[in-house]
Design a protein around this ligand. Structure first.
Ligand code: PAF
Length: 273
């Protein structure tokens, strides 16, 4: 497995490839959800590159950035076992050279400003900057993203449509623990008791998915139930995709989206309907 630290080594690696390249961007602290992206990527491309970079620009909460789990040796071992060809491990300066400006904007910016955009101001702007940079440097044929970050997927789709039309965009289904809890690097920061409570999020999503009639009232009922367990829900809504507009209309491409805090850990999840 090639471990690439600089743009120079990345360019050399890229130039030697004659067959297709899939890219899986990550922030490390890898779990089976990330590995499932690698598995899917390997099915359609000869080469798979994974990046590990905790992108400060997308953290609106400095404490969250500081506490984001970092376990690089373990990550490299998992990626090697998964048969990844290359890992890109850039420094902050490699991604954001001090003499350059990073201000990529999407002309269709409606998806960026709701839900995660509202509760984490600047988050998607940071995601857009880092992914624009990665896609430009790596020049992948395909990219793989997890459905757990559903709104991120919708934003990345716009980024690709506007700037990288040649890249094939793939969404991979959320990996869950046996309890139903969506796998997330942030779960590492939950206590045993908190893990039990966090499982309730999936129960609420399922309950809402199975409703005969979708309604905001049903969401509010579930918010109350979850908050009774100590979760501080930020949002729980039926939305239309890809535009992430709140809608209880059962016809169409829809999802239920959740975000909330358990202690000081922020958890998100969703189900496609
Ligand atoms: O989903 C993530 O882990 C991050 O937002 C990403 C896509 C790696 C960009 O930093």
């Amino acid at each position: 497995m090639n471990i690439l630290f600089s743009n120079h080594s990345l360019t050399n690696y890229r130039q030697l490839l004659s067959k297709s390249l899939a890219f899986v961007p990550t922030m490390g602290a890898l779990h089976d959800g990330h590995i499932s992206l690698v598995r899917e990527a390997k099915k359609s491309c000869e080469n798979v590159i994974v990046s590990i970079f905790v992108n400060p620009l997308q953290f609106n909460n400095p404490e969250d950035l500081k506490k984001y789990p970092r376990m690089i040796q373990n990550d490299l071992e998992l990626l090697k076992q998964a048969g990844v060809d290359a890992v890109f491990l850039p420094s902050y300066e490699t991604i954001y050279p001090p003499n350059q400006e990073f201000n990529i904007q999407l002309s269709n910016n409606s998806v960026e400003s709701v839900f995660e955009g509202q509760f984490r101001p600047g988050h998607f702007n940071g995601v857009i900057q880092v992914l624009h940079r990665f896609f430009s440097l790596i020049e992948p044929d395909e990219v793989y993203f997890g459905q757990k970050d559903l709104q991120q997927c919708m934003v990345v789709k716009i980024l690709i449509d506007e700037y990288f039309k040649h890249i094939k965009f793939n969404i991979v289904e959320t990996k869950r623990e046996q309890s139903g809890l969506a796998m997330s690097s942030r779960n590492l920061r939950l206590s045993k008791n908190e893990l039990q409570i966090a499982n309730q999020i999936y129960q609420s999503l399922l309950a809402l998915k199975n409703k005969e009639v979708y309604s905001q009232l049903a969401c509010e009922h579930e918010i109350e139930r979850l908050n009774g367990f100590g979760l501080k829900t930020e949002y729980l809504n039926y939305v239309n995709l890809p535009n992430m507009v709140v809608s209880s209309d059962k016809n169409g491409n829809q999802a239920i989206v959740y975000a909330g805090f358990l202690g000081n850990i922020r958890l998100i999840d969703n189900l496609l309907l």
